[in-house]
Write a protein that binds this ligand. Structure first.
Ligand code: SF4
Length: 288
């Protein structure tokens, strides 16, 4: 980016600092950092060299397109505490700021995401964290459970696209598809729709695409199970017979969720299912 050398006002070399960037403005070369703690401002003021790293999706065309209200969703503050706009290294006569500023733009799969007309919406994310705070799965699990840099709903669609469905594909199944994430997203990313798309990609269904690890979860046995499931649910008599059988025996679910129940009490199936309870209460039809 800009490069200029002046002696440090503190008379010593304070080394280099590495930061991210919330936005980079193409029109002016401005780097925008939004934060609440002040560590970003310290990192970009005291050292001699500032190295900023960001994904290519953070480049916006003009300064007047800069969104600054990240914290309203993240922490509930009315405005962000620190918004730094870094336009150039320290100039002659200025007391602080680095004498060198470097910007590293990362692609790392983002061009591939951008080429997909549906999945490119993922790159609109401004990392406000509103979707995390409203996700019923995230608020119970916490961020570390995901094992990735980006957790929560946005991590569920971003990480599998950046790192491939083979290694992080299980994330797309870790959501209830309740839709709270897309309701609160300020940039209207249709997260549940993209989760469904990635689920289909994982088993190799749907249109051809460039998503890495496509079809990595394809399993002919699973396809057979789902066909059976569809057949079962297509007929009320079939469905009620089998659900009644499973409720009565109560053995299927504990066996299937055994890893989950190593340290937890296994769920107990009700001896009478909902249909039967409804009938006994005098509602519904007389089907047995
Ligand atoms: S997906 Fe939307 S709500 Fe979630 S962090 Fe990104 S911008 Fe915020």
């Amino acid at each position: 980016m800009h490069r200029q050398r002046h002696p440090s006002p503190l008379g010593r070399d304070l080394g280099a600092e590495l930061t991210g960037v919330n936005f980079a403005v193409a029109e002016t070369g401005t780097l925008a950092l939004v934060e609440n703690e002040g560590n970003g401002r310290m990192c970009t003021t005291a050292p001699e060299v500032h190295i900023a790293v960001t994904g290519i999706e953070k480049v916006i065309a003009r300064l007047d397109q800069l969104p600054t209200l990240l914290t309203r969703s993240a922490t509930g503050q009315p405005i962000s505490t620190y918004v730094d706009l870094i336009g150039a290294p320290r100039r002659a006569g200025e007391l602080d700021g680095p004498r060198e500023v470097h910007l590293i733009l990362l692609d790392n799969g983002r061009s591939r995401i951008c080429a997909d007309p549906e999945l490119r919406a993922t790159l609109r994310c401004i990392r406000c964290e509103a979707c995390l705070n409203h996700c019923p799965v995230y608020v119970r699990l916490g961020g570390h459970a995901y094992g990735t840099v980006y957790p929560g709903p946005i991590g569920g669609i971003l990480e599998p696209q950046l790192r491939g469905l083979t290694t992080t594909g299980s994330l797309v199944d870790a959501f209830s598809l309740c839709g709270a994430c897309s309701e609160v997203c300020p940039v209207r990313i249709p997260i549940p729709r993209l989760l469904n798309r990635l689920r289909a990609e994982r088993v190799g269904a749907g249109a051809d695409s460039q998503v890495q690890g496509r079809g990595s979860r394809r399993d002919p046995r699973q396809a057979t199970v789902w066909r059976l499931w569809a057949w079962l649910h297509a007929d009320p008599n079939r469905y009620q017979f089998l659900s009644g059988l499973l409720s009565g025996t109560g053995t299927l679910i504990p066996r299937l969720v055994r890893p989950w129940t190593r340290s937890r009490r296994p769920p107990r199936l009700a001896s009478r299912n909902l249909h039967r309870l409804v009938r006994e209460a005098g509602f519904g039809d007389n089907r047995q």
